[in-house]
Unconditional design. Structure first.
Ligand code: ADP
Length: 165
């Protein structure tokens, strides 16, 4: 049976930390689905369509990566994809660990057959988050050490448009 890894998240926008997890996941799974959650109560900087395009562009060199959006529970989405879907999450530090283990245990309670695996972030990326990348871009700082080149350009353009430059 094809092994499918499902990497869920907001990806607003994708960072080098996310890219690293996706790349490593492609070594483990036959296919990696990057699943953008259209969550409740979040007001994203990038639309879902923009986030899909950025991830697809950044992941072009990788084989067997698909990008989709989903709404609702991740476990229901995993079941809908069929096969033996495994949720992938990245762990940067102890606060990710605390939050993510609770989430994985809750998901196990909701659906026994949907497993979660954690990949520890590569040390070079453990300080990176989408929100900090946005904050830095907002203040006109360089983000090319934090996000893929296509995302750095998109962040620059987004804040240029917003400030009417
Ligand atoms: P969410 O809103 O679900 O936290 P994110 O897009 O922020 O969505 O993160 C998606 C997943 O990627 C989470 O498991 C998160 O811990 C992980 N992640 C975020 N940043 C990094 C990073 N720099 N290195 C490794 N994993 C990361």
């Amino acid at each position: 049976m094809k092994r499918v890894g499902i990497y869920t998240g907001s990806f607003d926008p994708m960072t080098l930390g996310h890219f690293d997890i996706i790349q490593r996941a492609t070594q483990i799974f036959d296919e990696v689905v990057v699943a953008i959650g259209e969550g409740r109560g979040k007001s994203p900087l990038f639309t879902a369509a923009e986030r899909i395009e950025l991830i697809e562009t950044a992941c072009k060199p990788l084989k067997a990566v698909r990008v989709e959006t989903f709404s609702g529970l991740a476990v229901e989405y995993a079941k809908k994809l069929g096969g033996k879907g495994v949720l992938i999450r990245g762990l940067r530090n102890s606060s990710d660990y605390n939050y993510e283990t609770q989430m994985a245990q809750m998901n196990q309670a909701l659906a026994h057959d949907v497993e979660t695996i954690f990949l520890a972030t590569s040390p070079a990326y453990s300080h990176i988050s989408s929100s900090l990348a946005k904050e830095i871009a907002y203040h006109g700082g360089q983000t090319k050490l934090l996000v893929p080149p296509v995302v750095a350009t998109a962040l620059e353009n987004k804040f240029k448009v917003r400030s009417g430059q």
